[in-house]
Design a protein around this ligand. Structure first.
Ligand SMILES: Cc1cc2nc3c(=O)[nH]c(=O)nc-3n(C[C@H](O)[C@H](O)[C@H](O)COP(=O)(O)O)c2cc1C
Length: 469
């Protein structure tokens, strides 16, 4: 299988990139084709967004290009906040030039003159690499008519949520706004309509001041120059009909050597865990796999499921951003539910009360069961909140809480019953939550400061080691 996104040798200069089969030729091809045919080619390739939702990229570009707004923007999402995911940073380390070339092509296709590439301020190495790549493209005159700003954003999970990302670019906290970026874009001056009981003005998002904004993930945009040069059929020759191409997967948790690797879409999940993470440790077996924290748990009988949008959906889960967290048979699934729920409840911004209150209550009652002090009443409260936690929510975080926790309750009911009956945890273990700070040479560094993070996004001052491998 061709792997083209993660080259063996890192591409460290624009000259290296231009010396490859693809470098610079994507921009050239897009200029020959013009915006409409460029979008048509991306649509034909079947490329889907790699940020988690899997939305067809060509359709997204076409939608923005068709809007009549007086100004359009492009935002590249490099927040990479999903636990278990390191692929965007791996891609930038391997070749920041293919990303910047994709950004230039996408901006021209939708007629955006201003581009924002958003990374976390803590991603210092990646910020430097992208900055240098942008400057080299500018110096080479390849960035005409397109001004690129690099945004160093906050640590919060919600920074990666596209509506919150626009707020950060505008100088605010990462609190999702009401309307999506294609309707209420960057620096929009039109009123934010849409949550009224009466019918709203249908022209919103399509008139002056709406500034339709395209948000695409780093990996999505990194694919673009390859597709422009090699064509849609080449891209479709890899992967499956519904999920063409490759996926840059991360495998962390209870594996021998956590890593990032490019795999063909459709590869069985067990094979991905073996190929990218070198499998589970000797003598151990897989108990549960999570694709980030936005999808249902995958149990061992589904390790042969295809890693593709449809393959993982068929087993009741989803692709997310292909960040696979593997837990082996030493894992307590009640503790897993508690710790993953805690992550989401802390990261919930609180603008939608059922999300913050519900995820916090679910976490609290899961902790009681995990510690052996919980009973059937706790399960009943959790069930009640799982029904309501998504009420009126303006982003997908509350749905993540509902999907994730209810899937663990459904898949491992005996473990909850055992904790309640015996009043103790049979497999006590301080489970790692892989919010990744670094991942290289088979070693993952997790952000341990997260355990000190409070629901209001401040931190406990207790001095302890902030990182652990
Ligand atoms: C809570 C939350 C966090 C998210 N974090 C990220 C992220 O870190 N990176 C990312 O690319 N998309 C993230 N997304 C998805 C984005 O909102 C958006 O769908 C994506 O950037 C679109 O790009 P794509 O079409 O290329 O996938 C997140 C979504 C939610 C609800």
């Amino acid at each position: 299988m061709t792997t083209f996104l993660l080259p063996l040798e890192h591409v460290t200069t624009l000259d290296d990139h231009l010396a490859s089969d693809v470098g610079g030729r994507g921009i050239e091809r897009a200029r020959q084709l013009g915006p409409a045919a460029t979008i048509e080619l991306i649509s034909k390739s079947g490329l889907r967004g790699r940020g988690g939702g899997g939305f067809p990229t060509g359709r997204k570009w076409a939608g923005i290009a068709a809007q009549r707004g007086d100004r359009r923007y492009l935002v590249c999402n490099g927040a990479e906040g999903e636990p278990g995911t390191f692929k965007d940073r791996a891609l930038i380390r391997a070749n920041p030039y293919q990303l910047v070339e994709g950004v230039i092509i996408a901006a021209a296709a939708i007629d955006a003159h201003d581009v924002y590439i958003c990374l976390k301020a803590s991603f210092e190495r990646e910020i430097d690499l992208v900055k240098r790549a942008v400057e080299e493209f500018q110096d080479a005159g390849l960035c005409d008519g397109c001004s690129v700003t690099i945004v160093a954003g906050p640590e919060e999970y919600l920074f990666g949520e596209e509506k919150a990302m626009l707020e950060v670019i505008e100088g605010n906290e990462p609190l999702p706004r009401w309307l999506p970026p294609h309707i209420h874009g960057l620096f929009a001056t039109a009123p934010q309509l849409g949550w009224e009981s009466r019918a709203t003005d249908d022209s919103h998002g399509d008139g002056p001041g709406a500034h339709p904004t395209l948000v695409n993930n780093v990996e999505t945009l990194s694919n673009v120059c390859h597709i422009l040069v090699r064509g849609a059929d080449w891209f479709r020759s890899m992967g499956t009909a519904e999920s063409p191409g490759t996926m840059v997967a991360t495998v962390v948790g209870d594996v021998v050597a956590p890593d990032v690797g490019e795999i063909e879409m459709g590869t069985p999940l067990g094979a991905v865990i073996d190929a990218v993470g070198s499998g589970v440790k000797p003598g151990r077996t897989v108990k549960a796999v999570f694709s980030g924290v936005a999808n249902a748990v995958i149990t061992p009988e589904h390790l042969d499921a295809a890693v593709s949008y449809e393959g993982l959906a068929a087993v009741g889960s989803g692709m997310g951003s292909a960040g696979f967290i593997v837990y082996d048979d030493t894992t307590c699934m009640v503790e897993t539910a508690y710790r993953l729920s805690r992550f989401l409840s802390i990261e919930s911004c609180g603008q939608c009360p059922p999300c913050k209150l519900g995820s916090s209550a679910i976490t609290e009652h899961l902790e009681r069961i995990h510690l052996g002090t919980g009973g059937d009443d706790d399960l009943a409260v959790i069930g009640g909140w799982l029904d309501r936690v998504t009420d009126g929510s303006r982003c997908f975080l509350a749905s993540e809480e509902r999907i994730l926790v209810s899937s663990i309750l459904r898949a491992f009911p005996d473990e909850f019953a055992e904790h309640i009956e015996t009043g103790r945890c049979p497999h006590p273990r301080r489970l790692p939550i892989p919010k990744l700070i670094d991942l290289a040479d088979g070693t993952a560094v997790y952000d341990e400061s997260f355990w000190r993070k409070r629901p209001d996004w401040t931190y406990d001052a207790i001095a302890e080691t902030d990182t652990a491998t």
